[in-house]
Design a protein around this ligand. Structure first.
Ligand code: AMP
Ligand code: MG
Length: 405
């Protein structure tokens, strides 16, 4: 295995190191467009500008409890109730010495009051009067601007919008946030043996699990998948499907047809369509025959055919680029956790990514996994464990790199 940088003239059929492949992908420039989206339609998009608050939050001193607004210095006295203030009401009376106003949660607290006594901490003391019966009370007033002040940064550009961010945008009146345009990703699956999932496989068929899996992975991260069907294993069919997909897509992902078989036409069909290939083989397990290239602004990945390989290489290599195309600086949720058992492998020539789950002690347990077609192993997995090149074994208790999936 040689370093990519070592080649003045790049030969894509040379196997490159996994980290090298990540670097090659990471250095490719991306072009980002923006659009304004309705707030209700913006979850999963990436904010393209800083958003500032147009108001103090809360906009007035707001009661946090149902109770009585009064002066703390009066808590020892019998208190006359001078009005009732509901949420949305403007207080009509000034609270004087020995007085209070009945107040509801969310209502505006009169300026003269410095605390709201919970209704549970009071008792009636004659008609129209109450008395504080608690030992002490919190202030129970959310002060104007204590969450955020008018003009403060509410959300920075680059935020991947989750439901809680949608609430923040709503609260500061940003109803049409400017977000990055969603990349469109064409998904092509190859293989004469592949049939769509509604067909019950007969003698030589394999159901297409990569296509639906990729569509779900792409849509699940907020990009837009366009499924283009199953492509037959001939250079002509593969070439024309690629040609069609290249126009109007921001990225094309193919699965299968990238290995060394007699009918693996994807790399050559890509090149014939003018796609520059940056690598064709990566020292990673699973996923050695992974192809990455570009034509103009369109990125192309050829992923291995086996569904676990396709899943893992999407996670490791495609996702960071796709997020970058969405304007988001993605960092894999990686951590170090202790092994729950001894684990070893016979060959250590490539970094390996193994499906793992957590045992009851929060330790890492490699899933019962017999290879990259074994999607059922992935079904119960919590994450992927990385075992670097040259490492043959882990002992129970060793801290290992894992990322949640
Ligand atoms: P290939 O890379 O085309 O040689 O495919 C490698 C393996 O993955 C073969 O066993 C294929 O049958 C399988 N495979 C390829 N494409 C898919 C797919 N879309 N869904 C499920 N398995 C597939
Ligand atoms: Mg194939």
């Amino acid at each position: 295995m040689k370093s990519y940088e070592a080649f003045a003239e790049f030969k894509p059929d040379i196997m490159i190191a996994f980290e090298e492949a990540l670097k090659i992908i990471a250095r490719e420039p991306v072009r980002l467009g923006t659009e304004n989206r309705l707030l209700h339609d913006a979850c999963g998009m990436v904010l393209a500008e800083d958003v500032f608050s147009d108001t103090d939050m809360p906009p007035f001193n707001k009661s946090a409890m149902d109770g009585f607004a009064c002066r703390r210095s009066d808590l020892d006295s019998r208190l006359e109730i001078i009005e009732t203030i509901s949420a949305g009401d403007i207080p009509q009376k000034r609270i004087g010495k020995g007085q209070c106003s009945r107040i509801m949660t969310g209502a505006r607290v009169p300026d003269e009051a410095d605390c709201v006594v919970m209704v549970e901490h009071t008792e009636a003391d004659g008609e129209g009067y109450i008395r504080f019966s608690g030992i002490k009370t919190a202030v129970n007033i959310a002060l104007r601007g204590e969450d955020i002040k008018k003009g403060d940064l509410a959300l920075p550009g680059g935020t991947l919008l989750k439901p809680q961010h949608i609430a923040i945008l709503a609260s500061v009146g940003c109803t049409r946030p400017k977000v990055y345009r969603q990349p469109g990703v064409a998904v092509l699956t190859t293989g004469d043996e592949i049939v769509e999932p509604h067909i019950k496989p007969s003698g030589t068929h394999i159901r297409n699990s990569n296509g639906p899996q990729l569509v779900a992975q792409i849509n699940g991260m907020g990009a837009v998948a366009g499924y283009r069907g199953i492509v037959g294993d001939t250079p002509e069919i593969t070439g024309s499907a690629i040609e069609k997909a290249l126009s109007g897509s921001d990225m094309i992902i193919l699965t299968g047809g990238v290995s060394m078989g007699d009918f693996d036409f994807v790399p050559s069909a890509l090149q014939e369509n003018g796609v520059t290939l940056f690598f064709e083989k990566v020292a990673v397990k699973p996923g050695r025959p992974t192809v990455f290239g570009r034509k103009g602004d369109v990125f192309v990945f050829g992923l291995p055919g086996n569904p676990v390989s396709s899943f893992i290489i999407f996670e490791l290599m495609v996702k960071p680029l796709l997020y970058r195309m969405m304007g988001y600086n993605f960092k894999a949720p990686a951590m170090k956790l202790p092994m729950g058992m001894d684990f070893s492998r016979r060959k250590a020539d490539r970094i390996a990514w193994t499906p793992v789950y957590l045992n009851n002690d929060g330790e890492i347990m490699p899933a019962d996994y017999h290879g990259s077609a074994h999607i059922h192993a992935l079904g119960g997995a919590w994450g992927l464990m990385g075992m670097p090149e040259g490492v043959f074994a882990y002992k129970k208790g060793d801290l290992v790199d894992v990322r949640q999936i």
